[in-house]
Design a protein around this ligand. Sequence first.
Ligand SMILES: Cc1cc2nc3c(=O)[nH]c(=O)nc-3n(C[C@H](O)[C@H](O)[C@H](O)COP(=O)(O)OP(=O)(O)OC[C@H]3O[C@@H](n4cnc5c(N)ncnc54)[C@H](O)[C@@H]3O)c2cc1C
Length: 301
Amino acid sequence: MAGVFVYSDKSGIALELVGCAKAAGKEAMVIVFSQEAAEEVKNSGADRVFILQGDNEVPENYAQAVADFLKEKSAELFLVGATARGRDLAARVAGYLDCPMASDVSAISFGDGKVTTERMIYGGAVTQKEELTGLSVVTVAGGKYAPIEGSAEVETVTVTPDNRVQLVERAPVERKGVNLQAADRVVCVGMGVEKEEDMQMIRDLAAVLNAEIGCTRGIAEEKHWLPPEQYIGISGAVIKPQLCVSIGISGQVQHTIGIRDSKVIVAVNNNEKAPIFKTCDYGIVGDLYEVVPLLIEELKK
Ligand SMILES: Cc1cc2nc3c(=O)[nH]c(=O)nc-3n(C[C@H](O)[C@H](O)[C@H](O)COP(=O)(O)OP(=O)(O)OC[C@H]3O[C@@H](n4cnc5c(N)ncnc54)[C@H](O)[C@@H]3O)c2cc1C
């Protein structure tokens, strides 16, 4: 069985990766490690769902088993969701297979025994194209491909995980921030805002838009006006809302990498040469202290 094998600990990303493989006309097989995970992906439009069943709860501990399984099935590609867990498993599997690997790619195309990937390097300033020959491992972030639908046959395969690491305890982390990744609308605030009390104006704008609030790194890490979970960019969150309203943000690449998948970007900046105007769909050159109250007033109508 050749074809593309898919894994993600986030089932939503697994569904997207199946969509990617099927859009390229490939057979798509999903690998999961539990019955519950199989339930979440069985209507993904994949050809098969394989439950690799062992007595260990840590997906990374299945790396050797996954590598052996991929070899046995003559897989042509192992596509993994680029989550923390996915990256960890992917690297180990590539290590056991001693095969090519490309991390966090933004595009994949299939050729004759080759896979071509694109990924950004140098903080997003350059796109690098790579060609991988033979069975390869590639990690892809969520939000790049559209999921499809269709029922898949589910098969359980008993495997032996590496039991040297055992899960001892899981404790939930209390999140203070908001779920920016899931937000439909985001108002993003930058260092153009002068005083902490002016953040109320941003909160008012977010309220009329029914939007979440994000920010640039300086607002979170230097000013501490918002928690670190709320800053957006290469070292922060990556968002994909329908609307992103950028207020007082210069638009450095380290930030725009996190907003550029937004459907519509509106920017307000008093410097007409600010790079954000190259990223946005609609730009307002003006003082945010004049423009934001006007926007709130108009949107309230
Ligand atoms: C390795 C590395 C990683 C980084 N990662 C991130 C990251 O993940 N996220 C991130 O955000 N940054 C990141 N940065 C920082 C990034 O390079 C920028 O410095 C940062 O994004 C700038 O934030 P800013 O636009 O809020 O501030 P500034 O660059 O200071 O821009 C403020 C803007 O506000 C405008 N302005 C000022 N007053 C007004 C007014 N009254 N009305 C309207 N506009 C006004 C100005 O014209 C200016 O364009 C990183 C940097 C490095 C080196």
